[in-house]
Design a protein around this ligand. Structure first.
Ligand code: NAD
Length: 480
């Protein structure tokens, strides 16, 4: 059986504990690999390797650092099929999705920051006749990148690429639930001749490896994507140590549909926004708010499309929904389905586990599920479910739509559907949400600030924002 290894100081090594954890294919329920059950000793070795690599990596011209990242991007492109299959095996997502979204985006992340760093400039401020100030942006040193299971290589590289581009050395941890593509990335780092110690990947659980990375005094910044509760735990440790923190956390996003929307486009995209990646994208629109005159027509068209979504083997080309990531997560989502019923929701479609035949007989499949008749303030409509479960709710005015949309502790993303552009802008500005899409969803420009308000996080990724996060500004004031 495949045994993944840590990647520390440019070489593959077993965990100090000598023990491994089983890694399960969620489509089959079978163990397909073993991952290192690392601990603080492995984190210590990774931090030391990163510290040793920092003096030479940080002074390498940005162009040369950029070339390393672009080489990795090329290798990801060349290994697209292998990486996509690995992602699907590990995560349960449809292979088509891994091939068209996850892996191409991982490549783009490295390419984007490999080129972007060459245009990153700092400011100067002139005090007429008195002084000139200039700002230098220095890399921080050793930084930690911790990522979740839902978009494994996509989010892993979204952090690593800007951290390295800015001149830092990285200790990174993928989710223990989906570590496979991070391991393959390490192999590509060797092939790309990335200098030893610049990137170190330590596998293992959050409480052992993640917590040790966060608490390590030599780790200067933590870039974390994951659940809000984990974000809180990280902040409690990191804040008193004055570490820089970027926290990309959960969401409970609204899809707000006005009666004057472009109907077909809206229905199609609302379905995709609800169920892409089995609803396991932090940006998924799980609360669909529809202006009352359109409600019944929308409901009929939406349900028809949802019932036609093929749940199946992630390797099959016509599969639209693959497996949920784990049995534990499936159980969590099923508990929310039970809760929605308890809270008085009407089940319109779905709600049941799907039992397959053949190789996927023990996989974690769930029907796409839609509820209505739930209040905007109930737990189903305010807590993150992170699965293929959405609610429909009518609204009577723009103010009511905004009130419902904002009625959650989260504030990550929203989409607004209307042909009235003035209203679109007005609603966008009223939403407590880090990202608002108008007449689209998940259209990403990597230059834009990415992140959430309220309990969806602290800080922004993307573009210059993340390069600023991964650098320390120093102002030099020169008297004239
Ligand atoms: P999680 O918080 O359980 O785990 C995320 C990562 O943190 C994993 O690598 C885990 O091992 C590690 N971790 C766990 N405990 C830790 C600790 N005490 N210290 C340090 N690290 C620790 O999240 P998950 O279940 O993997 O991912 C799902 C969550 O991620 C959802 O809430 C989703 O909304 C969120 N998410 C947010 C974004 C975003 O950009 N805002 C993107 C994707 C996913």
């Amino acid at each position: 059986m495949l045994h993944l290894q840590n990647y520390i100081n440019g070489t593959f090594s077993p965990p100090a504990s000598g023990t491994y954890l089983p890694n399960i294919n969620p489509a089959t329920g079978g163990v397909f690999s073993q991952i290192p059950d690392s601990d603080e000793r492995d984190v210590q070795a990774a931090v030391e390797a990163a510290q040793a690599a920092f003096p030479s990596w940080s002074v390498l011209p940005a162009e040369k650092r950029g070339r390393h990242l672009m080489r990795l991007s090329e290798l990801i492109d060349q290994n697209l099929d292998r990486l996509a299959e690995a992602e699907t095996t590990d995560n349960g997502k449809p292979l088509q999705l891994a091939k068209t979204i996850d892996i191409p985006r991982a490549s783009s992340n490295l390419h984007f920051f490999g080129t972007g760093i060459q245009h990153f400039a700092s400011e100067s401020h002139f005090m007429e006749g008195v002084a000139v100030n200039y700002t230098v942006r220095r890399p921080l040193g050793v930084v930690a990148c911790i990522s979740p299971w839902n978009l494994p290589l996509y989010l892993f590289t979204w952090k690593i690429a800007p951290a390295l581009a800015a001149g830092n050395c990285v200790v990174a941890k993928p989710s223990e639930i989906t570590p496979y593509t991070a391991h393959l990335l390490a192999e590509l780092c060797v092939e790309a001749s990335l200098p030893a110690g610049v990137l170190n990947i330590v596998h293992g659980t959050g409480p052992k490896v993640g917590a040790a990375m966060v608490a390590h005094p030599e780790v200067k910044a933590i870039s974390f994507t994951g659940g809000t509760q984990t974000g809180k735990a990280i902040a409690q440790v990191a804040a008193p140590m004055f570490k820089k923190l970027s926290l990309e956390l959960g969401g409970k996003n609204a899809t707000i549909i006005f009666a004057d929307c472009d109907f077909e486009k809206t229905v199609d995209t609302a379905v995709r926004a609800a169920f892409a990646n089995q609803g396991q994208i932090c940006l998924c629109g799980s609360r669909i708010l529809v202006e009352r005159p359109l409600y019944e027509k929308f409901k009929t068209a939406f349900l028809e499309k949802v019932r036609n979504l093929q749940v199946g083997d992630p390797l099959a080309v016509d599969t639209k929904l693959g497996a949920l990531v784990s049995e534990q997560h499936l159980q969590k989502v099923m508990n929310y389905i039970a809760l929605a019923k308890e809270e008085g929701g009407t089940l319109l479609t779905g709600g049941e586990r799907v039992r397959m035949e053949g190789r996927c007989a023990n996989g974690y499949f769930l029907q796409p599920t839609v509820f209505e008749s739930l209040s905007h303030s109930c737990r189903t409509n305010t807590e993150e479910i992170f699965g293929p479960v959405v609610t429909l709710r009518p609204f009577d005015s723009e103010e009511e739509a905004v009130h419902f949309a904002n009625y959650t502790d989260y504030g990550l993303a929203a989409s607004v559907w209307t042909q009235d552009l003035t209203r679109a802008h007005r609603v966008a500005h009223s939403l407590q949400s880090g990202i608002v899409w108008v007449n689209t969803w998940l259209l990403r420009d990597l230059r834009t600030p990415f992140g959430g308000m309220k309990q969806s996080g602290v800080g922004r990724e993307g573009g210059w924002e993340v390069l600023r996060f991964f650098t320390e500004p120093q102002n030099v004031c020169v008297k004239l």
